[in-house]
Design a protein around this ligand. Structure first.
Ligand code: DAT
Length: 166
């Protein structure tokens, strides 16, 4: 492929969707928020009331996305990464943020306290970073701080440079 596929992953509230939007604007890659795709196309097994989220159906998600990933040029964002085939991605960005930032951002989004707590623990335990290392080669993984707007702008510049030299 002549244009890369990029995955932006990380705990909810680390800034994936915002960062992926800015990457798409800066590079011309097409952005897909996988969480929205799951809702719009029903790629789930119903609703989990306890955690206010859909039960993920990994096979439905991967089958649906296979053709859109085939030719490159995609920047996708999702809060977990182990379900995607390794061959899809040329760059896997793992965004990290302080637990105070995660807390404030998710509270601002109206999340219930058990869901905020679950995600704060996920970030402390670096669950998504570990999952990325289990699923992708070290050379494609880029761990980036996303605490401030300056961080985000610097991250987008790094990714834009990667896309340019691809
Ligand atoms: P995610 O997609 O990881 O759940 P988001 O992109 O929706 O996160 O961001 C959540 C909120 O936090 C949103 O209001 C934008 C803000 N935000 C994200 N990253 C930020 C950063 N690096 N600096 C300041 N605010 C940020």
């Amino acid at each position: 492929r002549c244009s890369p596929n990029i995955l932006v992953t990380g705990t909810p509230g680390t800034g994936k969707t915002t960062t992926a939007e800015m990457i798409a604007l800066a590079t011309g890659l097409e952005m897909v928020t996988v969480g929205d795709l799951i809702k719009e196309r029903g790629l789930h097994d119903g609703y989990n009331d306890e955690f206010d989220t859909y039960w993920l159906n990994e096979d439905k998600v991967v089958d649906e996305m296979e053709s859109m990933m085939a030719d490159g040029g995609m920047c996708i964002d999702f809060h977990t990464c182990g379900l995607f085939p390794e061959r899809w991605f040329d760059l896997v960005i793992v965004l990290r943020a302080g637990t105070d930032k995660i807390y404030d951002r998710l509270e601002g989004r109206g999340y219930k306290s058990n869901k905020i707590q679950e995600n704060v623990e996920c970030e402390i335990m670096q669950v998504v970073l570990d999952e990325a290392h289990e699923s992708y080669k070290p050379k494609v993984i880029m761990e980036l701080e996303s605490n401030t707007v300056d961080d985000m702008e610097a991250n987008v510049e790094k990714v834009a440079a990667f896309v340019k030299q691809f």
